[in-house]
Ligand binder design. Structure first.
Ligand code: FE2
Ligand code: FE2
Length: 259
């Protein structure tokens, strides 16, 4: 398998700039233009938008109708918390952490149209809403890219720090509470693997540059092979996302490091 080392891009320069700005901020009480630019609509504004709540609820209902696990406000909030946590733990500036939370909250909204290509449709739906809420176009572009690139089955891959955080937060939300099929005897492999997961936790070590997904799997419900059958491609996506954040990715299942 070939791995290409990532060349420093505009984001790296931006981050380096942020570090310097942090020092500057502690020295003055006057808002700099850069600081003023950092402020903008928050996740609360997005979550409170009637279109967002309506579409996410409908998306959840529609994915349920075609047999998918929970994709509603619980998943949106879990992913928003996860993406914010990852970026904040790695020292990214507050506005980027907010954008990570917003993109993660909106990432599955496209399921209101169809499951297929829900990343792309979700990005376009979000664009209109974020525009109306007063987001700057630079920020809208980051959020759109993150939403459109979150699914490995749709050719998605990390394209920014925000996008990487969304991928990691989304793919690590594996839990039995997401299974909606009430009959365990009719579980498919997705139901079994999610139902088998009794805990899922992301850990971030800035010092060790390591992002770890720790899962507890009940192997009586689903053998680990089934987990890998479904999740191997997702774990590769997570590893690439972690690399984008200059971190390694580790997968620990039942206390054993597997990746
Ligand atoms: Fe998705
Ligand atoms: Fe998702």
């Amino acid at each position: 398998m070939t791995e290409t080392a990532r060349r420093p891009g505009p984001e790296d320069l931006e981050r380096a700039g942020d570090t310097r700005k942090k020092v500057h901020r502690s020295e003055t009480k006057t808002k700099t233009p850069a600081e003023a630019k950092r402020q903008g609509p928050t996740l609360d504004a997005v979550r409170g938008d009637h279109r967002v709540s309506t579409f996410i609820r409908a998306a959840n209902q529609q994915t349920g109708a075609i047999g998918y696990t929970e994709h509603g406000e619980r998943h949106a909030n879990t992913c928003a918390d996860g993406a914010r946590f990852i970026l904040r733990s790695l020292g990214h500036e507050p506005r980027r952490c907010e954008l990570g939370a917003i993109a993660a909250y909106l990432h599955d909204i496209g399921n209101v149209v169809t499951r297929e290509k829900h990343g792309q449709t979700g990005a376009l739906i979000s664009k209109d809403i974020l525009e109306d809420l007063g987001f700057e176009y630079e920020e809208i572009a980051v959020v759109m890219g993150a939403i459109a690139n979150h699914e490995e089955e749709e050719g998605g891959t990390a394209v920014s720090a925000v996008s990487a955080a969304v991928i990691l937060a989304d793919k690590s939300d594996v839990h039995r509470s997401r299974v909606r099929n009430p009959k365990t005897t009719t579980f498919d492999i997705h139901d079994r693997v999610n139902f088998a997961a009794t805990s899922a936790e992301i850990k971030v070590s800035r010092k060790d540059k390591l992002i770890t997904l720790e899962l507890t799997i009940d192997t009586e419900v689903a053998p680990l092979m089934e987990y890998f059958e479904i999740f191997l491609s997702r774990m590769i996506l997570c590893r690439r996302a972690a690399e984008f954040l200059h971190c390694a990715f580790a997968l620990v299942i039942n206390g054993t490091r597997l990746l």
